[in-house]
Design a protein around this ligand. Sequence first.
Ligand code: ATP
Ligand code: MG
Ligand code: FE
Length: 337
Amino acid sequence: MIILGIETSCDETSISVLKDGKEILSNYISSQIDIHKEYGGVVPEIASRHHIKNIATIMEVSLKEAGITLDDVDYIAVTYAPGLIGALLVGISFAKGIAYGRGIPIIPVHHIKGHIYANFLEHKVELPAIALVVSGGHTNIIHIDINHKFTNLGGTLDDAVGESYDKVSRVMGLGYPGGPVIDQLSYEGDPNNIYMPEPKVGGYEFSFSGVKTSVINYVNKMNMKKEKYNPADIAASFQNRVVDILCKKTIKAALEKKVKNIVIAGGVAANSLLRKELLCRAKLEDIEVFYPSIKLCTDNAGMIAAAGYYKLVYGDSDKIFADLKLNGIANMEIEED
Ligand code: ATP
Ligand code: MG
Ligand code: FE
């Protein structure tokens, strides 16, 4: 069974071919990072225009690499929510065109479920599990039951983790995206050099604006006094605090929900300290941690095809397929999918 995956929710145009829900035959990703870098973040209008310019070629390349043609495709899995609306509509419209022309059913996919299912492509994840979703736009703790039903236990009250990485990087003039830069730089710094407050939010909620503002205020103060600061110390102190917050709440969720498996999902799942630290702390509680390889952490259509496959197998029968009226939705809770 062949699923064609399509992802255009933000600034990556990606098309994948997935065989039998497990084997990625191709997963071509065209990133617009270099285009948006200039502006310090993603410009929605520009993102949509690049998706529409490139998507047909990307499909051709992906099909060729997989060694198949559209005749071999059984289902199309496309991201329909959440994301930048204009960007989502490019992938959705493209999917509809193929569906209409070829009579192939469309499976609409929730982008965050895509991030989570990236783990299932590479690991045998036993359910129930807790998913820590950490990306450019999301920071959530999600419970997944044995029937693949998702429940959001809590999320951020302000900035997403990836977003605060990007802002911290920007204030120090280190460019976009900030995550990989800060991650690397942190190894040259002292994590105890600069005080980072621990947010006072209960339950499974997060807040990163305090930590982010500490960095911004510190940098502005040093700049005003024309004093030098060490960006590596800031990177290390910031990363240390952020990872500590994420680990504490994720382990707490696993223990309280009596779950023995944790998956990390989203762009920030690529973070080296988060991977190491969560694995280490979970081990002490006899909990297993899974994370995708770096390529599958940030946006890609392989994970969308995988989520499409699991929707086909476990989804509510009235929600598995979409007709040609399918629309994009900018904001959507995971339970609404
Ligand atoms: P969403 O999935 O919420 O819609 P998105 O698709 O824009 O948002 P992703 O592509 O999942 O986000 O992730 C991008 C984010 O991941 C960026 O904010 C980037 O800085 C961050 N990131 C990437 N690598 C790392 C890393 N090693 N450490 C920390 N953050 C990272
Ligand atoms: Mg991106
Ligand atoms: Fe994403």
